[in-house]
Write a protein that binds this ligand. Structure first.
Ligand code: NDP
Length: 280
């Protein structure tokens, strides 16, 4: 019987705990989001983050710059938020318009407020196995594995995708948890052979239903980070109908890794807030 790794109750428990902690605090954490332009999916994300932060009692701060803003002003806005003592965490909504170098913008963040875990200092600390603000999506994947008691140490883990936001940090977190990790990407010559070797298969490609059941080792654990729209429905990077017949455990889309990302972002914001209060 395939175990369905439902992220919703896990995320709800994390948010419940955050809510109780924040209710007892004299000054709640506040999360700022910097948005550039008018992309509708970015606007949807901003609304969902607003709901989530306010739902646990945090403050929400939205900085919205026009599409035609120049790089200097975007960096200026990030620096201003970084210097603002009332702000605990900052998200830069990606992607930024093509004329703006996202790496320079991220590097301008105060790394202590980098609640997406993308600043080079946090990414470097993760690489070295040192405590840091972690990217929320992969951290949520690890948390799900722990919650459902699935083994990581000693497992053959295969991560498909190597973005700085999902694939690469996930591979590093699995390595820290003592898995043997292979990273695949668009230049991997024989993807099915690689994926079929995995006890623990992690998929973060951004292509709907690309990984089929035939590419999964029977009984493997499958973490699908993909969120894609197809025929008006949200689907993962893994083909659910065939994968669920083969996997031992699998995250659904929606309702698997997605809710975890949100919950861990809020947890990172509280952690950043507490550290800033302690003057660290
Ligand atoms: P990116 O586009 O940044 O990275 C995709 C990765 O997949 C790249 O490393 C790319 O390889 C690899 N890839 C592309 N095509 C293939 C292929 N044919 N075979 C093997 N590898 C391939 O995407 P993200 O990492 O940002 O996102 C991945 C997915 O996760 C998306 O569906 C996104 O919506 C979702 N997502 C989900 C979140 C959640 O909360 N669950 C949060 C963030 C993202 P290469 O490097 O060679 O180009």
């Amino acid at each position: 019987m395939t175990e369905i790794l439902d992220g919703r109750p896990v995320a709800a428990a994390i948010k419940h705990e955050l809510q109780s902690t924040i209710a007892a605090m004299a000054s709640p954490p506040s999360l700022a989001i910097l948005q550039v332009g008018t992309d509708p999916s970015a606007a949807w994300y901003v609304r969902s983050i607003k709901r989530a932060t306010e739902g646990v009692g945090m403050r929400f701060h939205h900085v919205h710059l026009p599409q035609e803003v120049d790089q200097r002003n975007v960096i200026g806005a990030v620096q201003q938020l970084s210097a603002d003592a009332t702000i605990s965490g900052i998200i830069v909504q990606l992607p930024l318009p093509p004329n703006i170098d996202a790496n320079l913008v991220i590097a301008a963040l105060d790394p202590r407020k980098d609640v997406d875990g993308l600043h080079p200092l946090n990414a470097g600390r993760l690489t070295q196995g040192l405590p840091s603000l972690l990217p929320n999506t992969p951290a949520g994947g690890i948390e799900l594995l722990h919650y459902y008691g699935l083994p990581i140490a000693g497992q053959q883990a295969v991560v498909v995708g190597r973005s700085n936001v999902v694939g690469k940090p996930m591979a590093l977190l699995l390595l820290q948890e003592q898995a043997t990790v292979t990273i695949c990407h668009s230049h991997t010559p024989d993807l099915p052979t690689a994926t079929r070797s995995a006890d623990l298969l992690v998929v973060a490609i951004g292509r709907p239903a690309m990984v089929t059941g035939a590419m999964i080792k029977p009984g493997a654990t499958v973490i699908d980070f993909g969120i894609n729209e197809r025929d008006g429905k949200v689907v993962g990077d893994v083909e659910w109908s065939s994968a669920v017949e083969v996997a031992g455990a699998i995250t659904p889309v929606p309702g698997g890794t997605g809710p975890m990302t949100n919950a861990l972002l809020l947890r990172n914001t509280l952690a950043a807030h507490l550290k800033l209060q302690q003057g660290e």
